[in-house]
Design a binder for this molecule. Structure first.
Ligand code: SAH
Length: 352
């Protein structure tokens, strides 16, 4: 059976054409899925009953199911999603005033080796398909009440998005399409560990999404200790590729910098980071370390965070501290992982 949410297959159009059925049926089905939050073909009430049955016989809508659903007091919700092959991933809905953002995953696990991140602790099992990425968007969209729509997408969940670019781009096209979720590319952000070749591919693809590049250190020596994949690349190469993306897309660059207590959070690090980034139209998002059970890193002291921020600003760099969300349910940056991360007694299973 074909996965209807898999944008790689032009399946539905072809299927309709073979049966001599009008092409507008495909648009109706899309409307039900992306705007109508339909869970099954049976709900698509303006399609003939026979057509609904035939679609259900030939296509599957869902390959994934929600294994766990957790809600935090700050309005953050996290889904543990079980895929068709029983692999598991997590994705998150975040609420901030009028914003309804989702944070989605692109891989089962991660191979980049950031020493402070939960997502890569068990390595990477596989890439997600485009359909699986779209399913996350729809599963999270459904958590909203009628009348609320998703406004932003951040590709900052499990995995390295640019290591799965071929699957990610068609999925994001569905997010941005007026007949999909209709979320402007300006409100879609891809976060990358910084793979220069893949950033260039994004540039060549004419992408208009925001790009956030994870730096975490002002020099290659420290960065290689914190981000294992950076052994084979340099900050200079990453920044050059980011500059090319900025020049082609016009999107302001964001740099992310995890503050690890005592490791990379000193005023001297901030000064050198400011020098590294000087002259760019960029924003630095400082992310105070979110604790991951079993990892030997410390949260930065409040004073260190403020000093770091002020040092960047007085060095002429636009910077802010990312507000922590969902940490109570291990849904904050760097806390997503391949299995349930809390004792089962604190989690309520959800059936779709
Ligand atoms: N693979 C992408 C997305 C990672 S998640 C990337 O590397 O950018 C988004 C951000 O959260 C990244 O900057 C990542 O380094 C950061 N992060 C990872 N673990 C974290 C932790 N424990 N606390 C705070 N931020 C973390």
């Amino acid at each position: 059976m074909q996965h209807l949410l898999e944008p790689h297959t032009a399946g539905l159009d072809l299927w309709l054409a073979k049966r001599g059925l009008p092409g507008y049926r495909a648009a109706q089905v899309r409307r039900w899925l992306f705007a109508g939050r339909a869970r099954s073909f049976a709900e698509m009430s303006d399609l003939p009953a026979r057509l609904r049955d035939e679609l259900a016989a030939d296509f599957r809508l869902w390959t994934a199911r929600v294994a766990l659903h957790r809600t935090s007091n700050d309005g953050t919700e996290k889904l543990l999603v079980q895929l068709a092959d029983d692999q598991q991933i997590e994705c998150v809905l975040l609420r901030d005033q009028l914003r309804r953002s989702v944070c989605i995953s692109t891989q089962v696990g991660c191979a980049m080796g950031c020493v402070f991140c939960a997502s890569g602790l068990a390595g990477v099992a596989r890439n997600l398909t485009s359909g699986e990425i779209v399913e996350q968007l729809l599963l999270l969209d459904r958590l909203l009440p009628a009348g609320e729509r998703l406004s932003h997408v951040v590709v900052m969940g499990m995995g390295e998005p640019l290591a799965n670019l071929d699957r990610l781009l068609p999925a994001l096209a569905e997010a941005a399409s007026p007949t999909g979720l209709g979320i402007s590319p300006r409100r879609i952000t891809i976060s990358t560990v910084g793979l220069p070749g893949a950033i260039d591919r994004l540039t060549e693809a004419g992408a208009k999404y925001n790009l956030a590049v994870s730096l975490h250190a002002p020099d290659d020596a420290l960065r290689r200790e914190l981000v294992k994949v950076s052994k084979s690349t340099s900050l200079a190469e990453i920044l050059a590729a980011a500059d090319r993306y900025f020049a082609a897309s016009g999107r302001r660059l964001t740099f992310e910098y995890v503050l690890l207590g005592g490791r990379n959070d000193q005023v001297d690090h901030a000064r050198r980071l400011a020098a590294l980034l000087r002259g760019r139209t960029a924003l630095v998002n400082l992310i105070p370390y979110n604790p991951v059970a079993g990892l030997p890193y410390a949260m930065p002291a409040a004073g260190a965070v403020n000093r770091f921020l002020e040092t960047l600003r007085s060095g002429g760099i636009n910077a802010q501290v990312r507000q922590r969300k969902g940490d109570e349910i291990d849904a904050a940056c760097g806390q997503l992982r391949r299995t349930a991360s809390a004792p089962l007694s604190t989690i309520s299973p959800v059936e779709r």
